[in-house]
Write a protein that binds this ligand. Structure first.
Ligand code: ZN
Length: 293
C-alpha cells in the first residue's frame, strides 16, 4: 500500500510543479510577457493548407483543367466604393465563365472561391497547382481616379519589370490585399523574384503570354480592350513557375459604360464566351484534347 502511494507521488510530482509554475505566473507574471500590448489578427493559418475546391465537368482526369480565380472576397472588397464592389463583380464573372465552359463540355473547371470569402494571394495559385491545373486565370476589375475615366479590359502576365508605370501601379494595388494594418503577411516580392530567376518560368511565361494574346484575339470586336497586347507586372497571384497564368482586369468599376456592360446578363455572356473560346484555343494548341465523347 505504501509503495503504491510512493509511486503515485513520483508520477504526480511533475504535475504539481507545473501547477505551481502556472499559479506563480498568473500571480506574478506580467500580462503580454513583457510587451506593452498584444495585437490579435484574425487570419487563415499560413502554415496549414486550405481545403481544395471541387472540380466540375468531365470525370475523365485526362481532360484539361482550368482554375478560375475570382479576385478579392470576404473582408477584402477590392476596388469600388459605390454599391458595386469588385469582389462581387469578379465572382459573378467567374461563375459565368465556369457555366459557359461546362456548357461546352470537355474541359474541367474549378473555382478558387464560389462564395464571398477571403483567400490569401499565395493560396490562390497554390490551389491551382495542388489540383494539377493546366491553366490559371485571375479575374479582377480596376478603378481609376482619373477625371477623364479610363475604360476597357486589360490582360496581364507576370514579369519582374512591368510594361509601364500604370501596370506597376495596378500590380502594387492588387498585391496589397495581403497587407493587414501595414504588416505584410507574406513577403510576395521576394517570392516573385525567386520565381522569376527560375529558368522553367520562361517557358511558362511564354505560354501565359500566348494565352493572353488568345484572349485579345477572341475578344477583338466583342470586348473593349484598353491595351491591344498583354501587359506585364509583378502580380503575386500569378507566381506559379510551371502553370500558365493570366490576370484579367475586366474593366473599370467606376466607369459607367464598363459597369453597365459587366453587370448586364448580355455583357457577362460576352465576357464568358470570349474567355471560354480563348481557353479552348489554348488547350487545342497544346494538344490538351477538349472534344467531348
Ligand atoms: Zn482586383
Amino acid at each position: 500500500m505504501r509503495r503504491i502511494i510512493l509511486i503515485l507521488a513520483i508520477f504526480l510530482m511533475p504535475l504539481g510543479v507545473f501547477a505551481a509554475m502556472v499559479a506563480a505566473d498568473r500571480i506574478f507574471g506580467a500580462p503580454g510577457r513583457g510587451y506593452d500590448y498584444v495585437v490579435t489578427v484574425d487570419l487563415p493559418d499560413e502554415g496549414s493548407q486550405i481545403g481544395l475546391p471541387k472540380i466540375e465537368g468531365p470525370m475523365d482526369a485526362s481532360r484539361p483543367l482550368v482554375v478560375i480565380d475570382a479576385g478579392h472576397g470576404g473582408k477584402d472588397p477590392g476596388a469600388g466604393t459605390g454599391r458595386l464592389k469588385e469582389k462581387d463583380l469578379t465572382l459573378a464573372l467567374a461563375l459565368a465563365l465556369r457555366d459557359e465552359l461546362l456548357r461546352g463540355g470537355g474541359v474541367r473547371v474549378a473555382l478558387t472561391r464560389s462564395d464571398d470569402r477571403y483567400i490569401l494571394l499565395p493560396d490562390r495559385s497554390s490551389i491551382a497547382r495542388r489540383l494539377g491545373a493546366d491553366l490559371f486565370i485571375s479575374i479582377h476589375a480596376d478603378s481609376t481616379e482619373a477625371a477623364n475615366g479610363a475604360s476597357g479590359a486589360t490582360v496581364y502576365t507576370l514579369s519582374a519589370k512591368g510594361s509601364n508605370e500604370a501596370a506597376n501601379r495596378i500590380a502594387a494595388r492588387e498585391n496589397s490585399v495581403d497587407v493587414v494594418n501595414g504588416i505584410r503577411i507574406v513577403d510576395q516580392s521576394d517570392a516573385v523574384s525567386a520565381i522569376l530567376v527560375d529558368l522553367s518560368q520562361r517557358e511558362t511565361q511564354a505560354k501565359s503570354e500566348e494565352f493572353g494574346s488568345l484572349i485579345l484575339r477572341e475578344g477583338k470586336g466583342r470586348l473593349p480592350f484598353r491595351e491591344t497586347t498583354p501587359q506585364s507586372a509583378a502580380f503575386a497571384v500569378l507566381k506559379s513557375p510551371d502553370l500558365p497564368s493570366v490576370l484579367f482586369e475586366s474593366g473599370y468599376i467606376n466607369n459607367d459604360a464598363d459597369i453597365e456592360r459587366l453587370n448586364s446578363p448580355a455583357g457577362k455572356q460576352t465576357f464568358a464566351g470570349v474567355l471560354a473560346a480563348a481557353i479552348r484555343a489554348f488547350f487545342a494548341r497544346h494538344s490538351l484534347a477538349t472534344a467531348s465523347g
